[in-house]
Write a protein that binds this ligand. Structure first.
Ligand code: GLA
Length: 707
């Protein structure tokens, strides 16, 4: 099947879901078409040739005397840094008084960087408004859920829903775009920085009420979908509807998250259009996301971006390769294409409980893991700490004395390696036969009503990702509405909100010969976060499965499980399953537990033509998941990209433009040998083609087919 571009598919899919699943009075989707590039007044500049793998750093020229810039840029160039992200916190320097703009210094910084062969991504500074702004327009300040207004002096203190703030944000973005939209050294834009805080002010509440009105049209529809007859919650007037704080109606809470998503998207869109009106189409627009963070739906916000990027921090402790890989794959899935790591940790951070440093070699290990999962740039935060300000202790590449810190050496090595093998990776991306389905509605719905306080959606999602990634060496993480026909195996760890439109999409995948695996809590809720009036996983998929869920249980202690699918324990969550069709097979059963679960099915599966559907009713321990994942890939005929690798060795594959490149990372502290299915050449260190490779501790290999 030809893959539709994501925005196009999204629009088609959303309409399909709404028209299939909703009643006449149901809400219409609050979607906006993605922004189209507009013609700009001056002819586009050709732009520089981009290095294939980009090493970067966050640089704050406004914090230093101009006389120092040359030395910093010389040190950056020597490290192989080819990109700086600048200006995202420099509003007070660019607009020191309202309407008084000064971009000349920034233009000089961009030009000087270019002389050092360093390209620029400009950040719009709207996460750090200047003092004159908050002083003159105090109504722009965020009000927290306890009714307290933010004060000036930190960042992110302005409300993204404030009409006034949007106007001011648009003006600075537009001013920057007018000045730099044709600058040949500016390759792209980052809008704002790590969207996050939400405001609970009265104006936001009014906007939420209007948004609900546009969505539901009538209060009868809203009252019905939210079951407001419960606890006298019925609304007779749109103005009565509150912003949910703490415990609240699950329908209202889900819509609040969707409203936040749409309002953040509007805020972003406002700047995207301001920039697009003046910028060359070659300049990309991105935003730096934060991994599993979930205040808004990242798929919807990404629709207006050219590129997804994220900020990859470990905090306390050390790299957990599977967790980090999952977050890379998640970000790649926002636009279903390669992404950037816009910020990452140069050794240590300043905000974690213990700000330990990553070990020698670990930063490089992380950089290559990012590339293996589809990053085309890795950029360090930050080049050098300001001598004052809230982040004095954060890790850097240059110390307070202006000289390289010990980690700089490792960055120099990464820079050389990116330059050496970058061309081999040009035009390549990861390609997977297995997809994990991830959606914010389901995560929100579970978080609002966890039922077991230990049900952590990231840990649960990871319990599927870890073994599948290790066995297949290539996993996509995509939205349930994504085209699925190119996958053999599609796994939805906890698809709690499952409207009929999505269920039909998944049914088509199975009928087309794919293997669909649903995890616990799947198919329980409709699009309004109300219980479906059917057993899980809903009528459409339950009929396909020839089985369903009779009852769910929060577990106080683990329950034993065993069967053809594996042996181990269920923990935190267990559902009693039942087969309703004679050809549905039980793969795993519970052992002695609470009496209700004893001997009952925990995992069932059924062949459907050339396809298959499986339902896993419990959160299973790693041992059982290892066996089940092995079974899943075997029955789905998914092969590992390279072949079996020792534990702790991660294999990634990028393909495209007639190339196939393997990135092999030894995350362990022991040497590891990997046998190769055919002779390959290691490109970082060079040497002859071989049919096995031994990697020293924390070492990386970039393997190319022997010519
Ligand atoms: C975030 C921010 C940066 C910086 C780093 C510190 O990612 O985007 O401005 O504060 O954290 O780790």
């Amino acid at each position: 099947m030809k893959r539709l571009s994501f925005p196009a598919f999204w629009a088609v899919f959303c309409c399909a879901v709404i028209s299939l699943g909703a009643q006449a009075s149901s809400p219409s989707p609050a979607q906006k078409p993605p922004v189209q590039p507009q013609a700009s007044a001056t002819a586009p500049s050709p732009g520089p040739a981009l290095p294939r793998l980009i090493l970067g750093a966050a640089w704050y020229p406004e914090q230093w005397p101009e006389a120092r810039w040359e030395e910093d840029l010389t040190l950056m160039q020597a490290a192989g840094i080819r990109m700086v992200r600048v200006a995202e916190f420099a509003w007070s320097r660019m607009e020191s008084q309202e309407g008084k703009f000064d971009f000349a210094w920034l233009e000089r910084a961009v030009a000087l960087a270019a002389r050092h062969d360093i390209l620029v991504v400009l950040g719009t500074p709207t996460a750090a408004p200047p003092a004159w702004l908050t002083q003159k327009y105090p109504e722009t300040l965020v009000i927290d859920e306890n009714g307290r207004r933010a004060t000036h002096g930190n960042r992110q203190q302005c409300s993204l829903t404030s009409v006034r703030y949007r106007e001011l944000a648009r003006r600075i973005a537009e001013g920057m775009a007018q000045r730099f939209g044709h600058n040949p050294h500016v390759i792209g834009w980052q809008i704002d920085n790590e969207y996050g805080p939400v405001s609970y002010d009265e104006d936001t509440r009014r906007q939420f009420q209007q948004w609900l009105k546009a969505r539901y049209k009538t209060l009868d529809s809203l009252n019905q979908h939210w079951t407001t007859s419960y606890w006298s919650e019925t609304y007779d007037n749109w103005q009565e509807i509150p912003i949910p704080v703490g415990e609240h109606n699950p329908g209202l809470k889900l819509e609040w998250q969707r409203f936040i998503t749409d309002s953040f998207r509007d805020f972003n869109h406002n700047q995207v259009t301001a920039i697009r009106a003046h910028a060359d189409p070659r300049q990309f627009i991105t935003h730096n996301f934060m991994g599993w963070y979930d205040v808004f739906d990242h798929y919807i916000l990404s629709a207006d971006l050219d590129l997804a990027s994220w900020d990859d921090y470990v905090g306390t402790g050390h790299l957990n390769p599977a967790s980090n890989a999952l977050l890379h794959d998640l970000t790649r899935g926002f636009k279903r294409k390669n992404f950037w790591v816009m910020e990452t940790q140069p050794g240590s951070v300043n905000w974690a409980p213990v700000n330990n440093s990553l070990d020698r070699g670990e930063v490089r290990d992380m950089a290559w893991e990012a590339i293996g999962h589809g990053a085309d740039a890795v950029s360090y935060w930050q080049w050098r700490s300001a001598l004052g300000g809230q982040e004095e202790y954060h890790g850097t590449l240059v110390g307070a004395d202006g000289k390289p810190v010990p980690l700089y050496e490792e960055i120099v090595q990464i820079g050389k390696e990116f330059a050496k093998v970058g061309e081999n990776l040009r035009g390549t991306s990861p390609a997977a036969a297995t997809a994990l389905l991830q959606d914010y509605d389901s995560r929100w719905a579970i978080q609002f009503q966890k039922h077991n306080q230990d049900f952590d959606t990231f840990a649960h999602f990871r319990s599927y990702y870890r073994p599948l990634q290790a066995l297949t060496q290539a996993v996509d993480v995509v939205h349930p509405s994504a085209p699925l026909a190119s996958y053999r195996l599609v796994v939805a760890p906890h698809l709690n909100v499952l409207p009929d439109g999505v269920a039909n999409h998944l049914r088509e995948f199975v009928q087309g010969g794919g293997h669909l695996v649903l995890g616990p809590r799947s198919g329980m809720k409709d699009a309004y976060n109300a219980l479906l009036p059917s057993r899980q996983p809903g009528t459409i998929l339950g009929n396909l499965l020839g089985g369903d869920v009779r009852q769910f249980y929060a577990l106080e202690k683990p329950a034993p499980v065993s069967g053809q699918g594996g042996e181990g324990e269920a923990k935190i969550w267990a559902e009693m399953l039942e087969t309703t069709a004679p050809d549905a097979d039980v793969l795993v059963r519970y052992g002695k537990s609470n009496g209700w679960l004893d001997g009952q099915p925990a995992v069932i599966t059924r062949r459907v033509g050339a396809g298959r559907i499986t339902y896993i009713g419990a959160w299973l321990d790693d041992k059982t998941m290892d066996s089940l994942a092995a079974w899943m890939i075997q029955v789905s005929q998914v092969k590992p990209a390279l072949g079996a690798a020792p534990e702790g060795v991660e294999v990634c594959r990028r393909v495209g433009s007639g190339k196939e490149v393997f990135i092999v990372i030894n995350h362990t502290t022991e040497p590891q040998t990997i046998s190769l299915p055919r002779p390959m050449r290691e490109a970082l260190r060079g040497g002859d083609a071989a049919s096995s490779i031994t990697l020293p501790p924390r070492e990386v290999g970039v393997l190319l087919p022997a010519e």
